[in-house]
Design a protein around this ligand. Structure first.
Ligand code: TRP
Length: 340
């Protein structure tokens, strides 16, 4: 297949997805498959721009493929690829880098945030040029497939704008309409907060009490929800909901347990909600949601060689599209064809 997809999105290969990642991104990917031709990538080349361990990277990349398949990314409907298995991304990144100004890259707030964080946390002032260049590779990820829509979080808005600018400049400079200007798809997704510190987003870096892993065992899920921060005592009817309680309701609704959520919300408003009840319901809903994921994951793990072969096959489909784009790009930009 060399027809281009409508929707493209990518994720970095971090260790183990948590429910915040699932509701914020992956659930939407799975849903979009029903209505659009989608291509999804695991961007391992992006992961080396911050300090990293090669053994962990290799493992996380393989795991992320399994996790996404277990969540319902369906290779019958969509293409799933690993970025480093599609070398065209780097080639396109290099060509596009000359259609992107140094000034534009210097304005990327994610680079500023990440480099400041690195300096303050490690006390090391080594900032890789890769971190600075990261958005050009992201533009190449998108433009290699000439995708029109990119589901991303608001934090990626500036990178998407840069990708559009690169597409526009390329098209003008080489007098072509090869690249559509990719539009972000900001779907309303539930924003799940940390269980232990419900003022901040759920993340793994803060420690195990802060998140629920998507493939965690039932007992562990229930235990974590039980110890989630709420507030003290029964709520008074007129009080505004504390962030911890609001987050539990948000999780419940994200799991589509609306009937239970409505009932508990009525109790809350009447000042009669016992948090143990709410937590019980959230535990039930999360266990029910993730049970099939755990089951599918179990069936997939174990045979690394088989998994690696599957990753290669899946990425090969992506490569056909990217190679077609690259041949057109090479022609337009004055390079010989790389493949016969
Ligand atoms: N920068 C994105 C993130 O941190 C990941 C990413 C890389 C991406 N390439 C992409 C997202 C292409 C969408 C499209 O989340």
């Amino acid at each position: 297949m060399t027809s281009t997809p409508d929707v493209l999105s990518c994720i970095q290969p971090t260790a183990d997805l948590h429910v915040g990642n699932y509701f914020g991104a992956v659930a939407n990917w799975v849903k979009l498959q029903q209505t659009h031709r989608c291509i999804y990538g695991i961007v391992d080349f992006h992961a080396i721009t911050m300090p990293y361990d090669p053994v962990a990277l290799r493992k996380n990349t393989r795991n992320m493929v399994i996790d996404l398949l277990a969540c319902g990314v369906d290779p019958e409907k969509s293409i799933l690829f690993v970025q480093s298995l599609v070398p065209e991304h780097c080639e396109l990144c290099w060509i596009l880098s000359s259609q992107c100004s140094f000034g534009d890259l210097s304005r990327m707030t994610q680079f500023k945030d990440k480099s400041q964080k690195l300096q303050s946390e490690s006390g090391d002032d080594y900032i890789s040029a890769g971190l600075f260049f990261y958005p050009v590779l992201q533009a190449a990820d998108i433009l290699a497939y000439r995708a029109s829509y990119v589901p991303v979080g608001k934090d990626q808005e500036q990178h998407l704008e840069l990708s559009r600018g690169i597409a526009r400049r390329f098209n003008q400079r080489f007098n072509t309409d090869l690249f559509p200007e990719p539009k972000p798809l900001f779907t309303q997704t539930p924003r799940i907060m940390s269980l232990a510190q419900p003022e901040s987003k759920m993340s793994k870096s803060a420690g195990p009490k802060h998140y629920v892993g998507l493939f965690e065992e039932e007992a562990s899920i229930r235990k974590k929800i039980k110890s989630a921060v709420t507030d003290t005592g029964l709520p008074a009817a007129e009080e505004t909901m504390s962030p911890g309680v609001a987050n539990l309701f948000e999780i419940l609704r994200a799991c589509q347990a609306d009937i239970a959520a409505d009932q508990l919300q009525t109790d809350y408003q009447a000042g009669q909600l016992k948090y143990a009840q709410l937590k019980g319901a959230v535990g039930d809903a999360l266990v029910a949601l993730t049970e099939p994921f755990r089951r599918r994951r179990q069936a997939l793990v174990g045979d690394e060689a088989m998994i690696d072969q599957q990753i290669r096959q899946l990425s090969e489909q992506a490569r056909q599209i990217a190679a077609d784009t690259l041949n057109r790009v090479r022609k337009l930009t004055g390079f010989p064809k790389s493949q016969p």
